[in-house]
Design a protein around this ligand. Structure first.
Ligand SMILES: Nc1ncnc2c1ncn2[C@@H]1O[C@H](COP(=O)(O)OP(=O)(O)O)[C@@H](O)[C@H]1O
Ligand SMILES: [Mg+2]
Length: 369
């Protein structure tokens, strides 16, 4: 899967940026603040959710114009292609179109599969479970496009249930339908997540990758409940009195956590070195791409913000080799063009420049110094 054409209009520092690309890697280089991450963020908005920065829709609107924004792309997947457009006009909510037809945001997952690694994820194994769950859900979504709907439905029911809990409602009648809905969607969330971990695990095992194998598991504490719907419902109803005291739902897949172990050493990710933690994340994302390629015939689009700067030369070489072997469209950012020189003519190079608060891009021919 790859983007063949991308246009950003009044999106953050980009007033009007258009680029044509091919299926291979894309290197975006330029000074700090030039608008590289903004471009990658625009791509992330072609999938469900708030994108890599979890930004509010209004914040994406180019200042000082503040007239709303638009991102559109042509996404090629095998022999088919789709036009995706996502936009916001100051008076409405965000609009998503696929082939000129207005669709739900979650429908994007069916036509665009993307995974990403960002500098902010460097502390993923050290910080709260929330970040790891979101990372896992992003991986899961790449395999199961309906996962976004399951999460949405689950959270919707949970919000309603939490409202009742806060009101200290004890009458079970009010909870029944909501807990059923949570159980139905919660089971799907759990099974999608664990199927994803299995796929990633076998893609790591069956590869000669130089990146370390991260053994992944879902922790059970308060998170994953039974695999039986009625038992799930029962667990929720039995926990109501505790939930009422807490004023929120304390058990269920919204509390799950993902754990990783550096397999070769048998050391938990949180106790591994910073470099090892990063290498594990890369390993997981590459395994995700390999597994998806095996399943669909093509890898997802991969967004790697500022990744190359923090890898030693051997790891960087290994990463680039794997991206080439996958044939993945990896969008990579970095301050220096030399960070990408190992790709040679296999990548497209764009110099991102900012002047007077407006980002601009120039395609650079690899052979030109
Ligand atoms: N809504 C906005 N309107 C105009 N400029 C913005 C907006 N949001 C962020 N910027 C500018 O975008 C720049 C950051 O771009 P970014 O893509 O993160 O840079 P980098 O090339 O270092 O990745 C900053 O200079 C910031 O001021
Ligand atoms: Mg950046």
């Amino acid at each position: 899967m790859h983007i063949s054409q991308l246009t950003l209009s009044h999106f953050r520092s980009h007033k009007y940026t258009q680029l044509q690309v091919e299926s291979g890697p894309v290197a975006l280089f330029g000074s700090n603040g030039a608008g590289k991450t903004n471009l990658v963020e625009a791509i992330s908005l072609l999938s469900p959710g708030k994108g890599i920065r979890k930004a509010n829709t209004a914040d994406l609107s180019r200042s000082p114009d503040n007239i709303g924004w638009k991102v559109n792309a042509e996404v090629v997947s095998g022999v088919s292609s789709n036009l995706i457009e996502t936009s916001w006009e100051t008076t409405s909510s965000r609009i998503v179109k696929i082939n000129d037809k207005v669709v739900k945001q979650n429908d994007l997952a069916k036509v665009f599969r993307v995974v990403w690694l960002l500098p902010s994820m460097d502390r993923l194994w050290l910080e709260g479970a929330d970040g790891r769950r979101k990372f896992l859900d992003r991986l899961t979504l790449s395999f199961f496009p309906k996962h976004a709907d399951c999460v949405l439905n689950y959270e919707k029911a949970m919000r309603e249930r939490n409202r009742l809990l806060k009101e200290k409602m004890t009458d079970g009648v009010w909870y029944k339908a909501l807990e059923r809905q949570m159980a139905q969607n919660g089971l799907l969330i759990q099974s999608n997540r664990s199927a994803t971990l299995k796929k990633i695990s076998s893609a790591q095992e069956n590869s000669t990758t130089t990146f370390p194998i991260a053994e992944l598991s879902l922790s059970k504490a308060n998170g994953d409940l039974t695999t039986d719907e009625d038992e799930f419902v029962k667990a929720l109803s039995e926990n109501r009195h505790l939930d009422i005291m807490a004023g929120r739902t304390l058990i269920g897949p919204h509390r799950s956590d993902m754990e990783a172990t550096y397999k070769e050493k048998g050391i938990s990710a949180k106790d591994s070195s910073t470099g090892e933690q990063k290498a594990m994340l890369i390993s997981i994302v590459l395994a995700n791409a390999r597994a998806l390629k095996l399943e669909l015939g093509h890898p997802p689009v991969i967004l790697l913000d500022e990744i190359s700067a923090h890898l030693d030369i051997d790891r960087r070489g290994a990463l680039y080799e794997e991206i080439n072997a996958l044939g993945a469209q990896a969008w990579m950012t970095g301050t220096d063009r030399n960070l990408f020189s190992e790709f040679g003519c296999k990548a497209k190079y764009f110099h991102v420049i900012e002047s007077s608060g407006i980002s601009d891009i120039k395609e650079i021919d690899f052979s030109v110094d």
